[in-house]
Design a protein around this ligand. Sequence first.
Ligand code: ARG
Length: 558
Amino acid sequence: MDSLKDIISTVVKRLYGVDAPVEFSEVPAEIAGDYSCNVAMRLAKQAGKAPRDIANEIIAELPREYEYSVAGPGFINITVPGTALVSILEDAWSDDYGCNESGKGKIAVSEFPSTNMAKPYSVGHLRPGTQGWAAKQILEANGWKVITDNHLGDSGTPFGIWATGFKRSGKSIDDVTIYDLGEIYIQMKADMKAEEAAGEHALADSAQDWLLKLESGDTEAKELSDRFNQISLDHIHSVMKRMNLSTDYELGESFFVERGKELVKKFLAEGKFVQNEDGSVICPLDEFGIEVPMLMLKSNGAALYATTDLACLDYRLHEWKADRLIYAVGAEQKFYFEQLFAVAKKLGWNAEMMHVWFGTIDQISPEGKREKMSSRKGVVLLEDMLNDATRRVRENFASEELSDEDVRKIATGAIKYSDFVADRKMGILYDPEKIFALTGQSGPFCQYACVRMRRILEKNPEFDDDFTGYDFATEKPILTKLLAFPGLVASIADNLEAHRIAGYCFELAQELNRYYENAPIATASTEVKNARLWTIDKASKVLAKGLDLLGIEIPDKM
Ligand code: ARG
């Protein structure tokens, strides 16, 4: 519909001498027209005329292949015959329909899921993965080059705790699992707290010793550390594989420790950072309205989370030449990223930095209350959630012989979609009754609509674009929806509102289900059959593309 928008702009310019942006909104089915435009109302003041009169004046100049009417206070409603929608879609159609080149030549880094070493992957890192992946997909669809990076939490400090706990456990290094390491850490933390309360420090000293040993290159310490890292990475990769996530890089915190210390030294010398009496280094941020300075280096000269992030930011901007940085990290770190981005500004590092934060994952308690997701053991492991989802899919979708791969796609599709049901800033509810339902707004609902359409196309592989005499009236709701897709993708490039894609996919899937009921194919004439298969072909591709932007795969069967 862009050409009609341009025509209206030109007419407005000619009649009223004004450059007015022209936008269309879709008209709800119960009102006459397919699109609506409010330009006449916006011109009323300048033109000194009633909006309805302006609307009529504009309409008189518009191409006759569409129908127009003036509605309400001065909306121009436009009715486009189905056949005209088909030609517009045919002209716009390409293999990557919906994508645009607006970000061409620009580089973004999307960071996710940034899990931590030696801890089992928990549901706490679910949203970073799904949201970070969608950010990458959305930016790529808008022509950006996107580099993905898993900022592993692998910096030294906790190592001493694991080494001490592991030695104490008496376990053999060959048998120890990621779950053992997770438990060892929790137990050690509790014991160290108790120890401190009792005024003792044997465990703390031992942890510190191991850390020093590692730093001085002690063989046993190095062996332990390598082994813990390998166990952790194998685990992280296996969970990511189930979620169908991957990243180009895995430059963890430890990669940036030395670089970070160097940078802190440099900015201290340049007077941008300030050294406290105790030796610690801070970056004052008053000029950005942030009263709390960012602590950049510990008093003993050791690196902090912020030290490594400073170097990481520098690396992404200057090594990778990124124009935009996306951090898919939970809401707890909001203030931290505000500070970090302010530090970058202070250093004159200009790029768009975005903390893509999100709410918690909630569950319904046995008493029926909504609460933050947890289990008797504490955090819920993402693997447990995936196993639960897999079991449910096998139970709910038992009618078909499903392959393991299809079960995985449906299970993760349900989980991922639930992440996008509402604006990411909202908490999400893991409600198995809803997220696996084939009715209502769910991942499987959207996947099923797509599978159904593909099945029809498989049964009718031969069709061509001879639609002679067919008016595409039944198809209009689908065609207008398909025409809206590119605009939607373009409109979310800045704020990465992936949930709007999820909403779109749901609406398209609903439209397709209605269509499926009203548009028989087997009994139709060749032209009508061609038209319907053509429509289904385009719609199933757009639906699959929309879901792909959310990282949701389409199973072969369901
Ligand atoms: N590993 C951290 C955590 O689990 C998240 C890392 C976020 N990214 C960053 N560049 N600081 O909390």
